[in-house]
Each structure stands twice: as C-alpha cells, then as structure tokens.
Design a protein around this ligand. Structure first.
Ligand SMILES: Cc1ncc(COP(=O)(O)O)c(C=O)c1O
Length: 392
C-alpha cells in the first residue's frame, strides 16, 4: 500500500530517498558499473552486502532501485524489478516460472514478441502452451487445469483492444494453484490495477506509457516480495538489467504519468468518437465506446481507456496505406504510449510475423490502422486524420 493518498503524489515522490550527501532534489544518476565493497569484512566482498548497499550494477543500483520502487508503489505491489526491455522482463518472468512439462495458458492476442516467445522459444524448454480467446471467459476458465502453472493475460489487447475479465480468470487460476501474470502496458496503473483484482505478477513495457516520451527501451515486473526476490536471482544470471541513465529517464517520465494519462484518455475517447462517425471508416475498436462489445466489462475494470485506437478504413489495404501515407502531424512509426501521436498498420508492423490466417483469426484486417494518440490538442489530431481520410 502506498503511503500517499493519491497516485499523482506517488508518481512524483515514491521511491525517491533524500540525497543526504548534496541534497539533490532529483534522484542522482549513479553512473557506475561497480561500487566500493561496503565493509572490510570479506563476506561483503563475496556479495553478502547489508540492505541498501550495492556491489555491481547488474545486481542493483540506487537509481535503478528508485525506478523499481516507484513502479511497485503505483501498481500496489510489494516489490518491483526493472529490465533492459519489456521483452527482457517477459522472458525472464516466463522462463523463471515455467519448467519442462509445465502448462501455460495464454490469451492468444498477446504482443507479437510475446507470441513469438511462447510459440517458438518456451516449447524448446519443454513448456506446453495453450492459447485461448481473451473474450471467452468460460473457455479460459475451462482451459485452466491442475497442470496449469501460469496463466498469462494482456488487457486491453493489441491491436484489437479486447478485454479480459481479469478477476474471474484470476480466481479460477488460483483455485487450480496457477500463477497469474498480466501485461498491463496498454492500461497503465492509472487506468487499471490488476493486483487489486487478484493478479500475482504485473509486467510493463516501460518503453510505452510509463516513460511516455518515446526515448527509452525498458521493462518492469512487480509482485510479491518473494516472487520478485526469486526473479532478481534470474535477472542477475540472464543479465537484462536496466542502465542507470535509462532508469533516470523512466523516473522522470513517470512523474507526469497521471496527468499524461488523463490527456491520453480524453484524446483517445475523442478520436474514437470522431472515427465512429466518419464516412470513410468501417469499424472502430476502443473499449471506451458504448458500441464496444465489452464496454460494460471495461467500465467495471478500468478508470480510463487510454490513447490506443484501432480502425478499419473503407476500401481495404490500399486505402489504409494511402491514409497512413497521408498523415502529416501523426508520425508514421511503430510503438505507442508517447506524447506524440503515432500510426502504424499491424499487418506490416506489430503483427507482420503472423500468418494471414492467424491475423484473420484475431480479427486483424488488412485495412486496420492502429493509432497511439498523444497529448496534442485534439483539433489538430482530428484535422490530420480527416485530411488523410479524405484522400481515399
Ligand atoms: C503490450 C506490449 N508488451 C510488451 C512489449 C515489448 O516491449 P519492449 O519493446 O520494451 O521490449 C510491447 C512492445 O511493443 C508491447 O506493446
């Protein structure tokens, strides 16, 4: 539990200890690979260091620690760890939890890199993977058996913005003794707190909203003290630690997370409504829209719906490519969650590695454009989308 009354205060202050040496108001960047052994006792030279001491930055670093404590506090978790990328966080978590013969039940429309890990890498270690439709709660519950070790969720999903009934799935998983992991990147702790819904481990690609400025690659995992302590041992071995400058950028980004998300939520909603009424648009996917098939579930789980909006352009793939090419203010780029609006086509970016039939099964049409709406003035964004749509 955060010691602060609200998340804005936690975003600014959590994890930040006063710099006793010089009184720096900001967390200093401890740009060092190594630290003096903390005492002359040879046991501390072997790594048995007192709490709050550091020996080597792959193991831990004060700047990195501050980022970890801030994220854990925002998610209502006991402890956190940051990694050199979201994929490093996901890989370390899943390879730590799963062994040969263990079963993983995962929603099928996870991020492309995660799908690749599950489909091609985890089976090489002997894990058995079963994919389920994120919107079919009874099917997910039925897939979780006594042999299931881990249940992996993403909600909202990428790029179709489908939702998972997180509390129901978490309850069913715990009845069978499985650990529940969720990628909360799209929602952020501002819009959704999975730990309060019964989830055990929350993962973020901090590259996205947590950092918020499209200038960092980083990942995070938060959970109970014991889970994170075990994962820390794996991070030491696997080596995917975040560097101190990266941790500083993440801290700096997170200070404004709450006000940025308020603007992303407002802008995302406005663009989804604008697109829904547009003659050149065939379908819009945004959980904040009343027409979204899971809007009611969304209103129970989420406090806001973020800046991710997907839509299908009337006229198919060629028309969608014309629209994408015609954006001017909106930058044609992959990734998401930054202050600048970005647009991409899942067909040839995030979901290019999937076969056409896999994309069709997930509902990803060739005419789909995925927008990450930034924090610009909404009239400028609308005008850009409108002029691009008028080209087709
Ligand atoms: C939902 C989600 N999870 C994880 C990742 C992977 O994060 P990273 O690119 O920081 O490794 C991404 C990247 O796009 C993502 O969108």
């Amino acid at each position: 539990m955060s010691k602060y009354k609200g998340m804005s205060t936690a975003a600014v202050h959590s994890g930040e200890a006063k710099d006793e040496q010089y009184g720096s108001v900001n967390v200093p960047i401890f740009q060092t690979s190594t630290f003096y052994f903390p005492t002359d006792d040879p046991r501390t030279w072997e790594g048995q260091v007192p709490d709050g001491s550091y020996i080597y930055t792959r193991y831990g670093n004060p700047t990195v620690r501050a980022a970890e404590d801030k994220i854990a506090d925002l998610e209502g978790a006991e402890k956190g760890l940051v990694f050199s990328s979201g994929m490093a966080a996901i890989t370390a978590t899943l390879t730590s939890l799963l062994g040969s013969g263990d079963r993983l039940v995962s929603v099928e429309d996870v991020y492309g890199g995660t799908f690749n890990l599950m489909k091609n890498e985890l089976p090489r270690l002997g894990a058995r993977i079963e994919f389920v439709d994120s919107t079919k709660t009874p099917d997910i519950v039925a897939a979780i058996t006594d042999e299931t070790k881990v249940v992996y969720l993403e909600s909202p999903t990428n790029p179709m913005l489908k939702l998972v009934d997180i509390p129901t799935v978490a309850r069913a998983a715990h009845e069978k003794g499985a650990t529940v992991v969720i990628d909360n990147t799209f929602a952020t702790p501002v819009n959704q707190n999975p730990i309060a819904m019964g989830v055990d481990i929350v993962i973020h690609s901090c590259t996205k909203y947590l950092n918020g400025h499209s200038d960092l690659i980083a990942g995070a995992v938060v959970g109970s003290r014991s889970q994170i302590d075990s994962l820390w041992k794996k991070r030491v071995v696997f080596g995917g630690s975040l560097d101190p400058i990266g941790a500083y950028l993440l801290i700096r980004g997170m200070k404004t997370l709450v006000i940025r998300m308020a603007k992303h939520n407002e802008n995302g909603n406005a663009i989804a409504e604008f697109l829904e009424d547009h003659a050149k648009v065939e379908a819009v996917y945004y959980p904040g829209l009343k027409s979204h098939p899971q809007h009611e579930l969304g209103s129970k789980l989420m406090r806001g719906y973020g800046g991710m909006v997907s839509f299908e352009v009337a006229g198919g793939r060629a028309a969608a490519e014309t629209v994408l090419r015609s954006f001017s203010l909106i930058k044609k780029a992959t990734s998401l969650g930054g202050v600048d609006s970005l647009a991409s086509m899942p067909l040839n970016s995030s979901h290019a590695a999937l076969s056409p039939s896999d994309r069709a099964r997930l509902g990803i049409k060739d005419s789909l454009i995925r927008l990450s709406i930034g924090i610009e003035d909404i009239e400028d964004v609308k005008e850009d989308i409108d002029q691009a749509l008028r080209r087709v």
